[in-house]
Design a protein around this ligand. Structure first.
Ligand SMILES: [Zn+2]
Length: 458
């Protein structure tokens, strides 16, 4: 491999140990190899503050195409479950090519908004009629292609989905495209590891869909298989998004979902519990003790009427969180973090809830915690700017940031709470610029293809 090297100089930069001034970063083969004081020879000057890029810990890419079609009332008692039925009928039409068109558009949007890596919780596996594709990993290949073409980092998490409810209930027609037995699933995981070898800046984990969609034996077999392939592979699961899920779990196992998971499975720092919304105090402490990541998707959880994760208490006891855009009703980490904080303020009737003594700036604390947690949730070498870390970083537009912040210590508060436009100007992923001056080279073609697809589907 020919070594690639570049140097960038920033007057304001958020390093692992806090804000710094006048630093030159040397980036070798996508990794920060040196940080020096002052403007060094050959360094390109960044016009704007530099911060670590964000990781999106939870995505179902195909749902981006459905985001605008899900806000009409069905007439009575709209809920997560009625939304899910509409989503099932929408996805019936999608081919592998369609999935790539949607993911390409989505991943460009993510990059432009400051996400440099996405964990794709990938469960749309089979053909329109529910039959396996000739090559069962064909849908996964569409996701890999979209990531490779757009330049976003990818953690693909093939989803094990076997049943429609607790007690191994037979899947319904709307779920036909998701279903595997565990042997078929483990083969898909192996295939994804092979595909990943050919796609730069990608890795593979697994996602048992939820405790309602997998049984204990299947869950254990899937975990054992991926652990044999990669001991650090991330494992994500939807866990307690809805009260009904908790009630069904209690009726079947006699335990709540997180309680059961922690008691029956060896949950560690490579696990990400997505939407651990409905948990009691013991479950919350159990997640933080296990060092597992809580994957929170504030805009989707608000949009679907899920509930509010006990974020303040979880962070206070050392819990690790990451953010995801999930259904992609929003594709903007700034909006996710703002809502994460505001939900806490509204229920607690307090301010600056998700700050702490060491980091009194709420915006700074949220950005740093979510970036590091996202890196942990994807087993990737990201989340902060330090020697040895992958160079995934953002340059903020000074025309936007100067309006509301006159000092480094207020900058991320202004970005998250005060700005009305995104300040994300340039985005570097693994040492390569993917967005320059707010523009991605493929954005026009991707948007045109996406619009054509929506015309056909609606
Ligand atoms: Zn989800």
């Amino acid at each position: 491999m020919i070594a690639t090297m570049k140097k960038i100089y920033a007057t304001d930069i958020l390093l692992a140990n806090g804000w710094a001034r006048n630093k030159t970063l040397t980036i070798k083969n996508g990794v920060i190899s040196n940080i020096e004081d002052g403007l060094q020879n050959g360094a390109e000057t960044m016009f704007g503050a530099v911060i670590p890029a964000m990781v999106n810990c939870h995505s179902h890419a195909f749902q981006r195409a459905f985001a605008g079609f899900s806000e009409h009332s069905s007439g009575t008692n709209d809920s997560f479950w009625t939304w899910r039925n509409t989503m099932y009928s929408f996805l019936k039409q999608l081919t592998c090519d369609d999935a790539e068109v949607i993911a390409t558009q989505l991943y460009i949007e993510m990059l432009k908004m400051g996400y440099s890596r996405v964990a794709e919780f990938h469960y749309l596996h089979h053909d329109i009629d529910g039959e396996f594709h000739e090559t069962p990993s064909q849908m996964a290949t569409s996701i890999f292609s979209a990531a490779q073409n757009t330049g976003i980092g990818l953690t693909i998490l093939p989803v094990l989905y076997s049943y429609s409810g607790f007690g191994a209930q037979t899947p319904n027609a709307g779920q036909a495209r998701f279903i595997h037995n565990v042997e078929q699933f483990n083969q898909l995981v192996t295939d994804c590891f092979d595909l990943s070898k050919k796609v730069k800046n990608s890795n593979v984990g697994i996602a048992p869909h939820s405790l309602r969609a997998v049984d204990k034996q299947g869950l254990k077999q899937a975990v054992a298989h991926v652990r044999a392939l990669d001991n650090n592979a991330p494992i994500h699961i939807h866990i307690a998004e809805q009260q009904k899920e908790v009630e069904d779990c209690l009726a079947h196992y006699g335990q709540r979902p997180v309680e059961w998971l922690l008691d029956n499975i060896d949950v560690d720092q490579h696990w990400c519990l997505v939407h651990a919304t409905h948990i009691n105090e013991q479950e919350r402490q159990g997640i933080s003790k296990a060092n597992a990541v809580a994957g929170i998707c504030p805009t989707t959880e608000a949009n679907l009427g899920d509930g509010i994760f006990p974020t303040q208490e979880f962070l206070a006891e050392g819990g690790v969180l990451a953010i995801g855009s999930d259904s992609h009703i929003s594709v903007n980490p700034i909006e996710e973090l703002r809502l994460l904080e505001y939900a806490q303020r509204l229920i607690k009737q307090q301010r600056a809830v998700l700050s702490n003594k060491q980091t009194p700036s709420t915006g700074l604390n949220l950005w740093q915690q979510a970036a590091k947690g996202g890196a942990q949730a994807t087993s990737s070498n990201l989340g902060e700017l330090a020697v040895g870390k992958q160079a995934d970083l953002l340059v903020l537009n000074p025309e936007v940031t100067r309006l509301f912040a006159n000092a480094q210590e207020y900058l991320l508060d202004s970005v998250i709470f005060a700005s009305q436009t995104t300040p994300i100007k340039d985005v570097m992923v693994n040492g390569q610029w993917q967005v320059i001056n707010g523009t991605h080279t493929l954005e026009q073609k991707a948007a045109a293809d996406f619009v054509d697809l929506l015309k056909r589907l609606s």
